[in-house]
Ligand binder design. Sequence first.
Ligand SMILES: [Zn+2]
Ligand SMILES: [Zn+2]
Length: 277
Amino acid sequence: MLLPDIGMQTVFQFQMTMELHIFCRSCSKSICCTCTVLAHKPHDYADIKLEAQLQKQDLTQMSTALVEKEKEFAKICQDLLSLQDRSQHHKKELVEQIKASVKEALRKVEEKGEALLEELEGLYTVKEVEIKGRIVQTENVLRRIEASRGLVDNMITYAAWKEVMEMQDFVKSALRQLQSEQPLNMDSEETTVRFIQTTQEPSELLGSLVVSNCKRASAEQKEKKKTHSTEKKNGIHDGMRRTVPNELKLIFRPYCSNVSECVTGPYFSTNRGTHSC
Ligand SMILES: [Zn+2]
Ligand SMILES: [Zn+2]
């Protein structure tokens, strides 16, 4: 601080040689006796030892007040460390659950694939047997037509009048019979098997991750208990207060094939409840 005028400069130099027994509260500085009648005359000042004692008491009070704060922070720090522990542990569990779900889904997919191939084999075996039967029938008719026409050609070329008259009845009957044979209608024979690909998303096969707030869940649980029993109300409240706020919990919800009835299935992620699947 700049001292005013040449006179004050002299006072300052004088003060340097005097002992500073007094504390001026107005200026927050130690001063000598002389100053109390000069520059600091209208100010609020007191004995420096007394002032120091008061300051010590103030400091002690403030430091004591911090003990509670320290405990509070230590408790939260402990809770956070245990939250970190639980979080890491829970993450490991989720990883295992997802891996198990993937394994199970792959097993089911492979099982279903094998069942499809087996079903396809069965369908085509029946189809091929039927086609083979039709080919044999058709070839048989073709052979008979060929043989009959050969016979007619031979009769026309080589047979005598008498032979023609003897055979014509029988040959005509065979030709009429062949004429009445109907070829297979290929339109009605052609049945097809189609493969329809799934439109399901992988999440529907594996499950999904659901984030829920433990504090909110606890509060809801508390509300539930409150309606059933009022006796343990206080105990529950104390327990709730000790939890670290906003602890988020990830739940892995495996896919449930019984979607229409399952309240924990992927389509009902906001619902809660127990389910046996
Ligand atoms: Zn002085
Ligand atoms: Zn002063």
